[in-house]
Design a protein around this ligand. Structure first.
Ligand code: UDP
Ligand code: MG
Length: 318
């Protein structure tokens, strides 16, 4: 298909974003209409309890707008997968529904794509809008994942990105259920260009990713893309066992040579507790991996679609 007839899909995962969609969808329509591309906007309603679906359904009366409604809240990663699966364009743009990802950047993304890039991702220029704790946690996370991963995750890059059809198909073909998207983007590779941007403040409402949820996400990422925690356990075990063995030999010899008895058992209690603690943590780490194997083996679908509205790409604007 010649590039001038190219079609662009915009996928917006939404969990209770009714107010924000009312602002975002008109913006997008104007922008896409002016782009000269054929386009579609896919709102994925991730089990919202507000009027998100109603707002999107109204827009679906216009050519180019579509709504994919999931049967419940499956989480952003699953909602993104649902959107990617529904998208028909030659390139797909993912953006948040809260206007933090400025649609104005889409033009630059498309320009890079036309210039041959297969992935164009937006990189936060700063994290000034985030708390010191969150920034610290984020940088710790990247260090933990990137310490061993052969496909390092670019820091400060989120889901705001354009992907060529080739890349989307590659992502959709990945069989795993743990959709840690940041890792999967890096894993599939392709020719990648980064665009700096400064995220706007959330237009309305609160971030859905609190500390606990971010921690879950980080664990998903680490277990999906590294195995060093498992190796670390073996190394710690060895480091503890070898001196323990040496000490044991020393005690036995000491008993026979100088006849001294083992004094005090506070040492025993403390070291027992220490080693039991290490064992429990180790079992926990192994458990994190085993739990995820269980998730994968069950092979449940990533998401269920309740209903879909709207269809087809818009005609190119004037
Ligand atoms: N989102 C979603 N499902 C969820 C949580 C969030 O589809 O379970 C969407 C949300 O509506 C928004 C995007 O994911 O469009 C990013 O969420 P949010 O703004 O809360 O996260 P942050 O900007 O803090 O990363
Ligand atoms: Mg946000």
């Amino acid at each position: 298909m010649p590039r001038h007839a190219a079609a662009l899909s915009c996928v917006i995962p939404c969990y209770n974003e009714a107010g924000n969609l009312k602002l975002l969808l008109p913006l997008l329509e104007r922008l896409l209409q002016a782009s000269g591309l054929r386009w579609e906007v896919i709102v994925v309603d991730d089990g919202s309890s507000d009027a998100t679906a109603d707002v999107a359904r109204t827009w679906c009366q216009l050519a180019g707008f579509r709504l994919v409604r999931l049967s419940r809240n499956f989480g952003k990663e699953a909602a993104l997968s649902a959107g990617l699966k529904a998208a028909k364009g030659d390139a797909v743009v993912l953006l948040d529904g809260d206007l933090q990802h400025s649609p104005d950047l889409i033009g630059q993304m498309v320009a890079q794509w036309r210039g041959g890039a297969e992935v164009v991702y937006a990189v936060r220029e700063n994290r000034a809008d985030e708390s010191a704790l969150k920034r610290w946690g984020t940088s710790l996370f990247y260090r933990l994942v990137n310490v061993s991963s052969r496909t390092p995750l670019p820091e400060d890059a989120g889901d705001f990105r354009l992907m060529d059809r080739k890349v989307v198909d590659a992502l959709l073909a990945l069989p795993e259920r743990n959709r840690f998207m940041k890792g999967l983007y890096a894993w599939v590779g392709f020719k990648t260009v980064a665009l700096p941007y400064t995220p706007a403040p959330r237009a309305e409402g609160e971030s859905r990713f609190g500390a606990l949820r971010l921690l879950h996400l980080a664990l998903d990422g680490i277990t999906a893309f590294t195995t060093w925690p498992l190796r670390l356990i073996s190394v710690i075990g060895l480091l503890l066992a070898i001196p323990a063995l040496g000490y044991g030999v020393y005690l036995v010899l000491d008993h026979f040579i100088s006849g001294s008895d083992v004094p005090g058992w506070s040492t025993i209690v403390v070291s027992l507790m220490f080693f039991m603690g290490i064992q429990l943590v180790s079992v926990g780490i192994v458990g994190e991996y085993v739990g995820r194997i269980f998730e994968e083996v069950k092979a449940r679908p990533l998401f269920l679609v309740r209903e879909e509205h709207g269809s087809g790409l818009s005609e190119p604007g004037p």
